[in-house]
Design a protein around this ligand. Structure first.
Ligand code: G6P
Length: 365
């Protein structure tokens, strides 16, 4: 039952544990498992005639949109503007003649995202919604719908809905890339193979919570926490910081690792934990070098990386992530970040499911 805690102490923890099931549901819906490809998506436009896309959202859903941009631009060679809905709705926009507006939203009712969608519609953009609540206003007012099928999400801090938005954004990028001829079948095969393995990998990693609990206890007294990530892990750094601040009330910032020396580095001393997301991709060396820079300033580093990387870099703490296709890696590495926020909030005795001042769905401006 979606509305009871199913034996978990909090909805948030239950929803974190539901993520493998959510991904399996999305695989059934969006993946052709015999052909190792994304099933044709019900889109009312031809991806070959599209000039640009706009991914628009609020909060956690915005981070899914930002990650979607990295995928869409690399797999489909299509430029994407990612916007916070409250900015998009009032800004002077230059709308492309053939543009696609994609709303990302769990509830489908967030006032700013809905207003942005209505504006885009009035300006002749194709409207796609990546929403969880299929009967929502956004779903009803869109031409094309890509449901995220995550089931009811009760915890105010979004977890399973985020992962679902990411999986759908990836499927959209793969499909559009295939249609536009910018991604070969072998690449699609490799990414889909990795996606099929993801539910089991998340299931295994969710049960290794002890190191994360220890880090959470060490992190709980902090006033500031930084999360650094590059490329596809920049949106994950932002999401990790948002999760932590939402439920623990610790000031947290996500930073593009390369941008850290333009500001956030001024915060660093021996009391500031810095979580360095260092997946084994083409930017690993750059990410590790940023980590060395913060270590030189005595930061308490939490290295999030594959086992071999953790072994060859001695840091205060580490979280091991399984070896996985680099395109998929962000979907996997967000899970320990959710657990880290959860256990830190718990260590501080905060109300994990109902954090102060926040609402599950912001239906007024
Ligand atoms: C609120 C919630 C967040 C959510 C955001 C956008 O701030 O607390 O968890 O990410 O709204 O909501 P939506 O329903 O549009 O995804």
């Amino acid at each position: 039952d979606d509305t009871d805690k199913g034996g978990f102490p909090h909805f948030m923890l239950k929803e974190i544990h539901e993520q493998p099931t959510v991904i399996r549901t999305l695989i059934e819906r969006y993946i052709d498992k015999s052909q190792y490809c994304v099933k044709p998506l019900p889109l009312s436009f031809d991806p070959n005639t599209i000039e640009r896309m706009a991914f628009v959202a609020c909060g956690t859903a915005y981070h899914a949109g930002l990650l979607g941009k990295y995928w869409m631009e690399s797999l489909a060679n299509l430029p994407v503007d990612v916007d916070i809905a409250s900015e998009y709705r009032y800004r002077d926009l230059i709308q492309p003649k053939q543009g696609v507006f994609v709303a990302f939203s769990q509830s489908g009712e967030t006032a700013d995202t809905l207003a942005a969608l209505r504006r885009a519609k009035s300006e002749n953009q194709h409207i796609v919604s990546v929403v969880n609540v299929e009967s929502s206003s956004m779903a009803r007012e869109s031409t094309d719908r890509l449901p995220t099928c995550a089931g009811a999400e009760i915890g105010v801090a979004s977890t399973k809905a985020f992962i679902a938005q990411c999986v759908v954004a990836l499927c959209l990028a793969i499909y559009v890339g295939r249609q536009r001829g910018t991604m070969d079948a072998a690449t699609e095969h490799d990414i889909v193979t990795a996606l099929l393995a993801l539910p089991n990998q998340i299931e295994n990693s969710i049960h290794h919570i002890e190191p994360i609990q220890q880090i959470a206890y060490a992190m709980a007294p902090a006033n500031d926490v930084l999360f650094l990530g590059r490329g596809r892990h920049y949106p994950i750094a932002l999401e990790a910081a948002l999760k932590l601040k939402e439920i623990s009330y610790i000031h947290a910032e996500g930073y593009a690792a390369g941008e850290m020396k333009h500001g956030a580095i001024a915060l660093i001393d021996g009391h500031v934990p810095v979580v360095c997301l260092c997946p084994s991709d083409n930017l690993l060396e750059k990410s590790l070098s940023n980590m060395q820079e913060v270590m030189a300033r005595k930061a308490q580093v939490v290295l999030v990386a594959e086992e071999s990387v953790c072994q060859s870099n001695k840091t205060a703490h580490h979280i091991i992530i399984p070896s996985v296709h680099p395109v998929i890696a962000p979907i996997l590495s967000v899970v320990p970040m959710q657990l880290l926020a959860y256990y830190t909030a718990l260590a501080l005795g905060k109300d994990v499911d109902q954090p102060r001042n926040l609402a599950k769905s912001v239906t007024v401006e």
